[in-house]
Design a binder for this molecule. Structure first.
Ligand SMILES: Nc1ncnc2[nH]cnc12
Ligand SMILES: [Zn+2]
Length: 326
């Protein structure tokens, strides 16, 4: 069998056999439609979708803001410690089967705090699941607390104070939500304060906004960039990101679903990988975008003609880019 033939049959089993880290996944974005509806019933939360079919039909997004509207609504069904525990266990069970040995998971607490859920219900539920999954499956799951950039910087700083009692159990601070109009520089004090407190930092940049947002993110001294698709538009920035070795946590299925790129074949991840950028593959919000982390590897391989060697490199990059002490 020629090398080309061997690479043509890349399948889920091969991808799952590669040890890998998932570095870009939002816990609330792992909520499956059936679970969301069950949580809504149990917690007395009303949703505009009455059935799983109706909810799945809503997963057709014009862009990032349209997706965020649905995500925040669906995430609002999570209210109890058990909801957070079960959600984290379900996600970790799935990605353990995908070959994930380390998961660094975003939790966007502000959505839940708005609904009156106490911070300890969120964090203790999630952290208990991380411990149990570690004991049960040997997976190393860690928590990254994220702030939402559509809010004022003061609210992000308040979040840092709120999570202070969990400082030793939170490995990093991130930032998501509506990118355009909310540039990284808006949160300069927040990221400086997070770094002063000893956290690693990461920020969504260059997903729904131009390369200049990634430049601003680099100025904040973040350790990783989430997405970074727009890096590909600027040759000087490609070189800079490659030279700095700042990893990009890319999410190809998310980028297609949110119309960041028209098709997987048009995704710049292979071009960036070829240019020496530390590219990693991740799922973002798996049930919303049609796939978990291994599905992102398989779909990218099919769309871009990635070889087994390239997929192996992407998996190796993910482990090298995680925040475990080396
Ligand atoms: N793709 C994404 N971009 C920004 N914020 C998010 N929150 C969850 N998914 C997100
Ligand atoms: Zn994301």
């Amino acid at each position: 069998m020629s090398t080309a033939d061997m690479d043509a049959d890349i399948d889920l089993a091969f991808v799952r056999s590669l040890p890998k880290a998932e570095l870009h996944v939002h816990l609330e974005g792992t909520l499956e439609p059936a679970t969301a509806l069950a949580c809504a019933r149990r917690n007395g939360v009303s949703l505009p979708w009455g059935s799983e079919e109706e909810l799945r039909a809503a997963y057709d997004f014009a862009d990032l803001p349209a997706f965020l509207e649905v995500l925040f609504r669906v995430a609002g069904t999570l209210r109890q410690r058990q909801d957070f525990f079960d959600l984290a266990m379900d996600y970790l069970r799935h990605v353990h089967a995908d070959g994930v040995t380390r998961a660094e998971v975003f939790v966007g607490s502000q959505t839940f705090l708005d609904a009156g859920v106490p911070i300890e219900v969120i964090l203790d539920g999630v952290l208990a699941a991380f411990r149990e999954a570690g004991e049960e499956w040997g997976i190393d799951a860690r928590l990254i607390c994220t702030a939402q950039r559509h809010r004022e910087e003061s609210t992000a700083l308040e979040l840092l104070d709120l999570i202070e009692p969990w400082r030793e159990q939170v490995i990093g601070i991130g930032m998501g939500s509506a990118e355009r109009g909310n540039p990284p520089s808006k949160f300069a004090r927040f990221f400086a304060e997070a770094q002063r407190r000893g956290y690693r930092t990461t920020i969504h940049a260059g997903e729904d906004a131009p390369a200049s947002y990634v430049v601003e993110a680099l100025e904040l001294g973040v350790d990783r960039i989430d997405h970074g698709v727009a890096v590909a538009d600027d040759p000087a920035l490609i070189r800079r990101v490659a030279d700095l070795g700042v990893p990009l946590t890319m999410c190809p299925l998310s980028n297609v679903a949110l119309k960041v790129v028209p098709t997987l074949a048009a995704h710049p991840l292979k071009r960036l990988l070829d240019a020496g950028v530390v590219v990693t593959l991740n799922s973002d919000d798996p049930p919303f975008f049609g796939g978990y982390v291994a599905d992102n590897y398989v779909a990218s391989a099919a769309g871009l003609g990635l070889t087994r060697a390239e997929l192996t490199r992407l998996a190796e990059n993910s482990l090298a880019s995680c925040w475990a002490p080396s």
